[in-house]
Design a protein around this ligand. Structure first.
Ligand code: NAD
Length: 417
């Protein structure tokens, strides 16, 4: 990544920026900038050769004023306590900005899953589920997938929890496979909110997404599906990348064919008749729309000086450092913040949880219609807040909306005399 900014400090700075526009007392502001609790633990599990391995794992519960903690579980060598704390905070503000009845949480295990077999990953995941069992529950804390985890891991966690609790509680986790209580539309949901956000910002700016050139950094769940749905809206995807590098074709690429190539070869590189570009080159291409969909800190203040895109829609969590935000603001680059743009994932996770609680499944079209409503209404609320306040950018406006909702819930709960 281009910069080593501490993501937790970035989150705290984002909250500070917005708090200026909201009437928050210093004591409450401190609450809004720090997690309620963080579990940091060892997980010891058996490898296939019979030896034991110990790795570090975390679960951060940031704020539960609006409902159960909610947020994914990441498997990545770069996972740290501060990263998980930041991600849990972004979840709290994300759930508030799209008005879901949830707080924020996040978990992670500091491993590269490519180093382990499937049976080793299952033992590790069950060890983690056992460790967090006292903290989670349908009304307490509801994990979900994040980087390098998906339906398989969610199904294992659900089974571990239900077995140990001697119950059935599919709503304890979301992002499950359909036959294990998952929801239609969940896999596509994050990419879908990215595409809806792109459509809404172009519309608000009076620009045409049809024919706009698009570059996407990161070609996993959020990036590849976002690219495909933006292409459906007429966007012209000219460059994409993953951790192995990037490709560029001024004539545009077929996002689904690139995805098929990645599934076959493990990377987007080498697809068709494309030029090879580095990630840095991709992030500074002269395109209409840039979608960072990999990890935090993709663009720092220095790189932001070289960004040529007019609009950025953040599919990843925390891809711009606060310095980058300042530079891009001065250069009139519009940014739709992560806490709205990628909120499709948690929104359909919420629909999955509602379906699990009701023991009643929705059709895919119902899921997509409800998601469309949530994201467009939230976008409208965000630009209303931006226009009504004197804040510097759409990110700060999003935090203003979210902080007001969290603080209202906290105030209304009253105090114990
Ligand atoms: P994923 O594991 O499916 O994909 C991540 C992609 O990023 C992979 O293609 C990987 O090769 C690429 N990548 C990693 N490092 C890179 C680098 N330095 N340069 C370029 N590409 C790089 O993960 P995902 O679920 O798509 O998550 C991506 C981002 O979106 C994360 O920030 C995640 O927190 C966020 N997000 C995901 C969801 C979801 O529902 N999946 C929801 C909200 C936010």
């Amino acid at each position: 990544m281009a910069d080593q900014a501490n993501p937790f400090e970035s989150l705290q700075e984002q909250v500070d920026d917005a708090a200026v526009a909201v009437d928050v007392s210093p004591g409450v502001l401190k609450r809004l900038k720090n997690p309620e609790r963080v579990l940091e633990t060892n997980l010891t599990f058996e490898l296939d050769d019979g030896s034991l391995e110990t790795v570090r794992a975390y679960r951060s519960q940031f704020n539960g004023d609006r409902g159960p903690y909610k947020g994914g579980i990441r498997y990545h060598p770069g996972v740290t306590r501060d990263e998980v704390k930041a991600l849990s905070g972004w979840m709290a503000y994300k759930c508030a900005v799209v008005d879901l009845p949830y707080g924020g949480g996040k978990g992670g295990i500091a491993i590269d899953p490519a180093d382990y077999s499937e049976t080793e990953l299952e033992r590790l995941t069950r060890a983690f589920a056992t460790e967090i069992r006292p903290l989670i529950g349908e009304d307490r804390d509801i994990p979900a997938p994040d980087v390098n985890t998906g339906q398989r891991e969610m199904n294992w966690i659900k089974d571990t929890y239900e077995t140990l609790e001697n119950t059935t509680a599919p709503g304890v986790i979301t992002g499950k496979a359909l036959d294990s209580g998952g929801s239609e539309g969940r896999v596509e949901a994050t990419g879908r909110s990215v595409a809806i956000s792109a459509r809404e910002i172009f519309d608000w700016l009076d620009r045409d997404l049809d024919g706009a050139t698009v570059a996407v950094q990161g070609y996993g769940n959020a990036g590849s599906i976002g690219a495909s749905l933006i292409d459906d809206l007429g966007g012209d995807v000219v460059a994409v990348s993953d951790s192995s590098g990037g490709i560029y074709d001024a004539a545009g690429v077929d996002p689904d064919a690139v995805k098929a190539h990645k599934n076959e070869t493990g990377s987007v590189t080498g697809y068709g008749d494309t030029e090879t570009v580095t990630n840095e080159e991709l992030l500074t291409l002269d395109v209409d729309l840039l979608v960072p969909a990999a990890l935090e800190n993709a663009i720092d203040g220095d790189l932001a000086e070289a960004v040529e895109a007019d609009v950025i829609v953040e599919a990843a969590n925390g891809p711009l450092t606060p310095d980058a935000d300042d530079v891009l603001g001065e250069r009139d680059v519009w940014v739709v913040p992560d806490i709205l743009a990628n909120a499709g994932g948690v929104t359909v996770s919420y629909f999955e949880w509602v379906q699990n609680r009701q023991r009643f499944s929705w059709s895919e079209s119902r899921v997509n219609e409800e998601l469309e409503r949530v994201i467009t209404e939230s976008f409208d609320g965000l630009v209303d807040a931006y226009e009504a306040t004197d804040v510097q950018n759409l990110r700060t406006a999003a935090y203003v909306v979210a902080i007001e909702r969290i603080v209202n819930a906290y105030d209304q709960a009253g105090s114990w005399p």
